[in-house]
Design a protein around this ligand. Structure first.
Ligand code: PMP
Length: 568
């Protein structure tokens, strides 16, 4: 019997269900949300949300410390969650399960607590080129601290770790091998068994980043025989801010604590050496994320039966969705997948010839479709593939074939609009040259007439068309805005009256539009006015705050920062 039913599964996610509901009420064919950003974080099922609330409502107390019933109840649930995770990944002992904030913190613990104390100058750390920054930067930091050297395994043309290359790269000098079970951009199940075996053969420690794997199939750390395995709850229908460091007991026991504080000690004294608690508590200083742990257990209760079900109906449905979406994308002429072949899990990365990734993602957003564009925290992979970013569709089992159809239709329409635009470009450019960014608009009045993200997005795109192009010769590293994911350039001029005027350009249409909006606020202002200007308030007035809040890091902040640096 199949224990997975796509409809029933979908209905368990309140955020998605509420959008489905509004769709029925509006009698409208346009869905208000299609969430295709599951590799970033999954939505949460009702039972996980309820479980977290239940803790706060009914048994909120600190764990391990107090001798009262409430604390006992919280401690019981908290430690039961640990046993559940132990079973979920097949760890030998509950002591091998350390709670962390997430995969990032788990990796940092291994790096700073173990690698930093064992690496010697010239020792080698082996990573794969497709790693997430969370599995690169901590190693770069420790390499700097110890004099160790990082070696990189390439990927095959289909996006898998290149096993043939590991023979040349993993050697007697290798002390750590850290790689992802599945890359968050490529969606391929890496042959980590072979990587782990090779690491073992040379006496190196293996650290596996399982963040993108654990929601899709059962993992058994004992069969894998890896030294460490890390993951985050929020990518497996659980809460944010909680994750796991699995480590073999012998390693965890040899490691000094990562942080000091309450809970991780046995005795503390000013006259004698402080002694530390046993595993796993040695690594859990301070009050932990109790609600997160308890709700995480509920997400495992939710997911585990689906992963272990003999019919594999959940896995097969995920596979059906990814194949369908991959094929539909493959039928679009402009789509270029970043590596060959279809992915193993619902993570599909591609670019669109002649279009900027951000423009496509923002346009899809106006249709309620959430996909991701950019470097996906894998800049070395982008460099390796000679791209500056890509689009990523990442699916979960609550997604549907109908959603994929709608996404493909929208994408085709966006591409078609782009083609019509190209044809008319010549005519338009002549008209546009008459408009300067300064004269153009009272931006606030313009936006006050618009309603909804869809029409505001259209206005931004129209404004972008009015921005005069910056001379190609001026688009260089001196004018490049660093921190903006798209390429964007800005140049300042300073008049004798002390007023600044800026000219700017970008390769992304949406950024060109945003530049017009930003420049309208800063052009012909003094340095003092520029520094005092409240950009958040401005975006609030424009009704763009939730879409373009500078803190979202979509490049606006980088542009504003750059302007402030130039206006001295
Ligand atoms: N590794 C991979 C493969 C990931 O996809 C992510 C999250 N995008 C991380 C590590 C980091 O996870 P977290 O931000 O939850 O610590």
């Amino acid at each position: 019997m199949n224990i997975f039913s796509p409809n029933l599964f979908r209905q368990q996610f309140p955020l998605i269900e509420s959008h489905d509901q509004s769709l029925i009420e509006k009698d409208d064919f346009m869905p208000s949300l299609i969430y295709f950003d599951n590799a970033a974080t999954t939505q949460k099922p009702r039972q996980v949300i309820d479980c977290q609330q239940d803790y706060y409502r009914n048994f909120n107390a600190n764990v391990h410390r107090a001798s009262h019933q409430l604390s006992s109840k919280a401690t019981f649930a908290f430690e039961k969650a640990r046993s559940l995770v132990q079973g979920f990944i097949g760890a030998k002992s509950v002591k091998e399960i350390i709670w962390t904030k997430g995969a990032t913190e788990s990796i940092n613990i291994v790096v700073q607590s173990l690698a930093r104390n064992t690496l010697l100058p010239g020792d080698e750390i082996v990573l794969c080129v497709s790693e997430h920054h969370a599995n690169i930067v901590p190693w770069q930091i420790v390499a700097e601290q110890t004099g160790a050297v990082i070696k990189v395994i390439p990927i095959t043309e289909h996006g898998y770790i290149d096993i043939d290359e590991i023979e040349n790269i993993i050697s007697d000098k290798t002390k750590y091998v850290a790689c992802a079970h599945i890359s968050n951009v490529l969606g391929r199940i890496n042959p980590i068994e072979q990587v782990i075996a090779k690491a073992k053969a040379v006496g190196a420690i293996s650290v596996i980043d399982g963040t993108q794997a654990v929601a899709h199939f059962s993992v058994n750390v004992q069969s894998l025989d890896c030294d460490f395995y890390v993951f985050s709850a929020h990518k497996m229908y659980g809460p944010t801010g909680i994750g796991v460091l699995y480590g073999k007991k012998k390693h965890l026991e040899s490691m000094p604590p990562y942080q000091g504080g309450g809970e991780m000690i046995k005795t503390v004294s000013f006259t004698q050496a402080t002694t530390f608690n046993s595993l796993p508590f040695k690594f859990e200083a301070g009050t932990p994320n109790i609600a997160g742990v308890i709700a995480f257990a509920e997400s495992i209760n939710f997911l585990s039966p689906l992963l272990t079900d003999v019919s594999n109906s959940y896995g097969l449905f995920e596979k059906k969705l990814v194949n369908y979406c991959y094929q539909a994308l493959a039928n679009i002429a402009q789509v270029k997948f970043i590596v060959g072949g279809s992915p193993d899990i619902g993570v599909i990365a591609f670019t669109l010839t002649g279009h900027h990734n951000h423009d496509i993602a923002m346009s899809l957003d106006t249709h309620g479709i959430a996909i991701r564009s950019g470097h996906h925290c894998a800049m070395p992979l982008m460099t390796h593939l000679k791209i500056d970013g890509c689009l990523r569709v990442s699916l979960a089992a609550y997604n549907t074939v109908a959603e994929i159809d709608y996404f493909i239709d929208c994408l085709k329409n966006i591409l078609l609009e782009g083609t019509i635009e190209q044809t008319n470009k010549q005519v338009k450019e002549e008209v546009l040259l008459e408009l300067s960014a300064k004269e153009m608009v009272d931006i606030i009045t313009l936006f006050s007439r618009t309603k909804g993200w869809d029409s505001r997005h259209r206005e931004i795109m129209l404004l972008g068309k009015k921005l005069p192009r910056l001379d190609k010769a001026l688009r260089d590293e001196n004018t490049l805005i660093s921190g903006c994911e798209s390429l964007a350039w800005i140049k300042a001029e300073h008049s004798v009256q002390g007023l600044y005027s800026f000219t700017a350009d970008s390769d992304a249409k949406i950024i060109r539009g945003l530049l017009v909006i930003v420049l309208a606020a800063f052009n012909n202002q003094t340095a003092q006015q520029i520094h005092q200007f409240d950009i958040n308030d401005y975006f609030e007035k424009l009704g763009l705050m939730q879409h373009l809040s500078p803190s979202r890091g979509n490049g606006v902040l980088a542009i504003v920062e750059q302007i402030k640096i130039m206006a001295k």
